[in-house]
Design a protein around this ligand. Structure first.
Ligand code: ACM
Length: 271
């Protein structure tokens, strides 16, 4: 059966750089205490922190296959009977990706590798090597279709558009935002694609001396008509789950004469 209303949310976290055990333990309490959900979104790199000094340091914390972070996501999915997506540093042979794992209660894992690397990430990670693709999720509420993008992917409208053209109804958006404008921009991403989006951000600072970075919180659930359905504060850990009426994301009509996707004119666009 196709889902009508699904329960989707975010966890806003406050990690300590490099302390994977401590960070997973804190998220464990938040996830176990969360209201029932079909899909729960965690931030980018939520178990390690963000601000790696160099590639060697990143490599020492990167996980190959089912490491501690993917293992934790699978454990929570099984314990809570819902899907989780969260960011982790992925090693694949000699390559390192800024990835997000989508883990299901059936034990499946799908990995997205960040396509648009931000700032110093370009010195640390390899850019994602796979196309944007939506995925069908079987949930307790029925079947839904999601697309994963990570943080700075928001700055390239092609990311959200590709996922919407591939049928995504909800964009799952693990983030470590440093620019305050993203929650506002997600209103436009949702409006132009007629989709929901769940942006899970972190708060606090990675205090790494000269490389220190502050994060902006304000995790957000956004609707296909540009509605802000939930927004977390700038500071503090936060969990929020909202019912989403997916029929709003499946109906792309703007009025009796216009349709968001059908009315595109790709033959007039510059490639
Ligand atoms: C970002 O992509 N983490 C800003």
């Amino acid at each position: 059966v196709i889902a009508e209303t699904v329960r989707v949310g975010f966890v806003q976290t406050d990690p300590r750089f490099g302390d994977v055990a401590r960070n997973l333990e804190r998220v464990d309490r938040l996830v176990r205490g969360a209201p029932d959900f079909d899909v729960l979104v965690l931030p980018e790199l939520f178990s390690t922190g963000y601000c790696f000094r160099d590639r060697a340091e990143l490599e020492s914390m990167a996980e190959e296959g089912h490491g501690p972070t993917v293992g934790a996501l699978l454990g929570w999915a099984s314990a809570r009977g819902g899907w989780l997506v969260g960011g982790f540093a992925e090693r694949d042979g000699s390559r390192l990706f800024n990835s997000a794992a989508l883990a299901g209660p059936d034990g499946t894992v799908d990995v997205y590798r960040k396509v648009h690397l931000f700032d110093r990430e370009t010195l640390l990670f390899d850019p994602g090597d796979r196309p944007f693709r939506a995925a069908d999720l079987q949930t307790r509420s029925g079947r839904m279709r999601v697309g994963v993008m990570i943080c700075f992917d928001w700055r390239f409208p092609e990311a959200a558009r590709s996922l919407a053209l591939d049928g995504a109804e909800v964009l799952l958006h693990p983030s470590n935002l440093v620019l305050d404008v993203c929650p506002e921009a997600m209103i436009t991403r949702c409006l132009e694609n007629g989709v929901f989006a769940v942006t899970a951000n972190r708060v606090g600072e990675d205090d790494r001396g000269e490389l220190s970075v502050r994060f902006t919180g304000r995790s957000q659930i956004t609707g296909p008509r540009g509605q802000v359905l939930a927004r977390a504060p700038r500071g503090g850990e936060w969990v929020r789950v909202e019912p989403l009426d997916l029929t709003q994301a499946r109906d792309k009509r703007i009025n009796d004469h216009n349709d968001l996707l059908r009315d595109r004119r790709p033959e007039r666009y510059v490639r």
